[in-house]
Every structure is written in C-alpha cells, then in structure tokens.
Unconditional design. Structure first.
Lengths: 301, 246
C-alpha cells in the first residue's frame, strides 16, 4: 500500500499514465479532507449501490399490491410502512433510486456535452456565430425551467423518457454559458497562442487545449445542478407528467401520498426524505469538487 | 542572406495604428534586439511576425519569402516564439511531455520519445521532469520548457518576447546563458524584444530603438557599450537603464 502511494505521489512520474493517476490521487486526497464532500460522496455512492442492488435490498416486490395491508405505519415487516395499495414503501424507495439515477445520468450525458460544445464554439469563434448561439441560449435561459419542461412534456407526451429529454433541453443553456465564459478567458492566453504558433488547427486547439480546461468547471456545475434535476424530475412526477404509475418514482410517490398526508404521514414523507438526502448529497459533493477542482485555487496544492 | 526583413510595416489593432513604417533587416544567424519603453509597439512587431496580430500592411519576408497574415504550418517550422510569462505560456493541465510532443503530433513527426528527450537535454532539463505538470516546476524550469517547445520543430528563427523579465535575477542569468549557447549550437537567428539594455549587450549583435511605433535608431552593440548612440532618446534610455542597474 505504501509503495502504491509512493508511486502515485512520485515527483518525477515515468509515464503519462502515472502523471495522470498521480493528479487524480491528489484531487481525491484533497476531497477527502473536506468532511462535507465525504458525506456527499457517501450519499451518492449509497444511491448508486441501492440502484445496483435493489433486488437484494428491497424486502418486498415494489409493484405487488396487498390491499389487506394498505396504509400500515412503519414496522419491522414494512420499514417505511405501506401505501394505499399495500405496496411496501421501503422497496419502492429503493427501486426509485434506479429511476432517479437514470434520469440524472442521462440528463448529464445529454445536456453537459451539448452545452460544452455550444459554449466553446461560441466563445472561440466569436462574431456572428457567438451572437446567434448566445441568442438561442438566452431565449432558453429566459424561460423558467420547470415551465419549459412542462411544455415539452405536454407536447411529447408524459413518460420518463420524455421527462429526461425535456429536462436535458432545459438545462444545457447554463452549461453553454459557463463554457463560453471559460473559453473567453483562455482564448487569448499565451499557451493557446503558443499552440497556434505550432501550426495547430482550430479544431485541435479547441478539442485538445480549450475543452479540457472547461471540463472541471463543467463537472462542478453539473454536480451542483444534479439536485435541481432531481427536483425537476420529481416535480414532473408529482404533477403526473414524469414517470407513470406503477413505476416507483419518488415525485409520483409523494403525489400519491398527498391525499393521506395528515393521517398517514409516512406515505408522502419517506420518498420526500429520499429526495432531500440525495439532493443534499449532490450539493455537498459539488461544493467539495469546486474547492478541489477550481483552476484558480485547487491546482496549486 | 537576410533571415527576416520588414518593409514599411504598419500594424493596427482595430482602428488604432500601433506601428508606423517599421523597416528592418536581420541577417541569418544574427541576434537582433528591439528596445523601447512599454507601449512603443515592440511586442506588436513580434506578434505580427509570428502571425498573432494579423492586421498589418507592408511586407514581412522570412528567409526571402513573403509571409501570410495568419498562422500557417510551413511557417511554424521556420519561426517560433518564446513568450514573456512562463506562468501563462504553459497549458496548466498538460505535462511537459504533452506540451513538447504536441508540435510533433501536429506535424506528423514520429520518433516522439527520442526527440522530446533530446530537446529537453539541450535546454538543460533533467529527464525526471518529463511527466510533471507546470505547477510542479519552478519559473526557470518553466521557461526552459517554453524554449524547448519553440525548438521542437528545429526552427531557424526564434522570436523572444522579454524571455527573462518575469524571472528572478539569478534565474535570468541561467536562461540568458542557455539562449546564448543554443544560438551558437543551432545557428539560430534571434529577434529579442526587451527593455533591459544589459540583456541586449550580453546576447545581441545589433539593436533598434523604438518609440511610439517608429524605429528611431539602429545601432550595433559596440555603440551601445561605448555609449555612442546618436538619438537623445536612446541616450536617455541608456541612462535610465544604467541608473536602474546600480
């Protein structure tokens, strides 16, 4: 173990791989010194594990109805109680982790690269390309996120896939803005001028040199936005435009529990806790990543 | 043969004209300095030659061939530039190896490992620095990497934009010695921009004094050393520099 650590923090790495792993190790080390980031990371890892091992963690079939056992309070048999159709809420929350994770991952995969590319192109090209792209971005930014997502889902039809597409369409403009701002700061720097002087094409300058510098602020931004994405997805589920029954989506579960919120509080509260916990996890992790990855402060350590 | 020849070069940024009718001839293997105070347009001349300031009229001949306004690949094999600030001229997320190897990748030159180590050795960088990131290097080491990057394509002409002014005095001497040795070994032509006259007398053969975008005097280094500059402004620069040195 000690030799592995020595290899990772070696001052004079012998290969590009070792240099990159060493950098990763230092970032992880810095992240580990931030207690909130560690809490966030634990929550996210727990979410991923819950999604992966849902069949083993769930005590019941999340879709099986048992009308004789409806609206039971939390007990040893049903850790979080049962809902109005007698389904075990713990099992549904665990399976709900899968849906949440899919939404978050797909939105990140769709929206972040799109925003990154639009922002970098806009910032690097400037001129009318910049004006057109930023005009479109501004139009999207000026509309409230949830309302826009609602409009898209209404047009595309309710369902989890359409909810994902709608959230992705509403979240790329923020990333485009960040990427453009970063590109503008690096565009005129001397190290980019030096690469251009070596004869590099615009494509190579952008992909190989500007884009990697934008990724760390993008990772931070996406992580911090995850909480918002989860909330939007839950909001869409709550008004019945997201995941459709009987899928155990957390927002939809809260919506079902609304009718019993005074007498059977656990039906709405348990999935609510799950949403709060996961959102907090992403926020903590995002804050920690910002401290570590910020090119202005982090890399010096 | 002239390595670099500028004829009536007028460079502008937007509507502001920076230089007026700059004409210079620099022989192959010569080391030439452009001196002048801040804002005199000396760095701008360098940028126009490199292709980073594309808004100019007049003529720039590099080894007898006229130069286009932008950056092009053939030109980059002939002429390279070293920037002033070693902290800003290296990509913060790339190792020394990646920074140096980039030139070879762009021009499709193989034999990467040997050539990178060769150039690193020639600028006096130990092999152990090869996979370090810029933040793991000192200022002097960074400037060595920047010089090594400029030498990767084996250019004939090196444009130096105040290559030592951002460094500590002790490191300055090291870099100046390195530049002097490299010029001798690789028969390079230097065009150096600086406001530091001792650097000029150490490294250069001739100098041109610039003021408000015009060249007001071209002199040899011997004339500088003996204080034989004709223009009153040049002598004033010398006095300021001498007062600064003591």
């Amino acid at each position: 173990m000690a030799t592995l650590r020595d290899w990772l923090i070696d001052d004079s790495p012998a290969s590009p791989m070792q240099a990159r792993l060493g950098r990763l190790y230092r970032i992880l080390g810095a992240l580990m010194h931030n207690p909130l980031a560690v809490v966030g990371a634990i929550i996210i890892v727990a979410l991923i594990l819950a999604a992966l091992f849902a069949p083993w963690l769930a005590t019941h079939d999340p879709l099986r109805q048992a009308l004789a056992e409806r609206l039971l309070p939390p007990s040893a048999a049903h850790w979080m109680g049962t809902d109005e159709l007698g389904r075990d809420i713990w099992s549904r929350v665990v399976y709900g982790a899968r849906i949440t994770l899919v939404i978050v991952a797909l939105v990140a995969v769709l929206a972040a690269p799109a925003g990154l590319i639009i922002g970098v192109v806009s910032g690097y090209c400037g001129g009318w390309v910049d004006r057109v792209l930023m005009g479109i971005t501004d139009i999207f930014l000026s509309l409230p996120k949830l309302i826009l997502a609602l409009a898209f889902v209404a047009a595309l039809g309710p369902g989890i896939e359409n909810a994902i597409i709608a959230i992705a369409i509403t979240s790329w403009p923020g990333y485009a803005r960040v990427a453009r701002a970063e590109t503008l700061t690096f565009k005129n720097s001397e190290f980019i001028a030096a690469v251009r002087l070596l004869g590099a094409s615009s494509l190579r300058v952008n992909l190989g040199h500007v884009l990697p510098l934008c990724t760390s602020s993008m990772i931070i931004r996406v992580t911090l936005d995850m909480a918002g994405i989860i909330l939007t997805a839950a909001g869409l589920g709550f008004i019945g435009l997201g995941a459709q029954p009987p899928l155990p989506e957390w927002g939809a579960m809260i919506s079902r529990g609304r009718s019993f919120i005074l007498d059977q509080w656990w039906v709405a509260t348990m999935p609510g806790f799950a949403i709060i916990l996961v959102s907090l996890g992403f926020c903590f992790l995002g804050d920690g990543l910002r401290d570590v990855l910020d090119p202005k402060s982090g890399e010096q350590r | 043969m002239t390595a670099l020849s500028l004829k009536d070069l007028d460079i502008s940024y937007g509507d502001t004209q920076i230089t007026h009718k700059v004409s210079l001839d620099i022989a192959e293997g010569e080391s030439f300095a452009l001196v002048g105070e801040s804002g005199s347009g000396k760095s701008t001349v360098l940028k126009a030659i490199a292709g980073l300031a594309s808004q100019w009229t007049g003529e720039i001949l590099v080894l007898g061939k006229p130069r286009s306004h932008g950056v092009d690949r053939d030109f980059s094999r002939v002429c390279q530039m070293v920037f002033q600030d070693p902290y800003g001229s290296l990509h913060p997320r790339k190792t020394v190896d990646a920074t140096l190897g980039e030139a070879l990748t762009i021009h499709g030159i193989g034999d990467r490992s040997t050539r990178v180590e060769e150039v690193m050795a020639s600028v006096g960088l130990d092999r152990k620095f090869r996979f370090r990131f810029p933040h793991q290097l000192s200022g002097g080491q960074r400037q060595r990497v920047a010089i090594a990057r400029a030498l990767m394509l084996k250019p004939k002409i090196l444009l130096l934009d105040e290559p030592t002014s951002a460094l500590d005095v002790s490191v300055q001497a090291e870099i100046l010695n390195l530049l002097k040795r490299l010029r001798r070994e690789q028969n390079l032509t230097f065009l150096l921009v600086t406001h530091n006259l001792p650097v000029v007398s150490f490294l250069c053969d001739r100098l041109a004094v610039m003021r408000q975008g015009r060249i007001i005097e071209v002199a040899s280094v011997d004339e500088l050393k003996h204080g034989d500059l004709r223009e009153p402004y040049s002598r004033e620069l010398m006095q300021i520099s001498a007062a600064h040195a003591t």
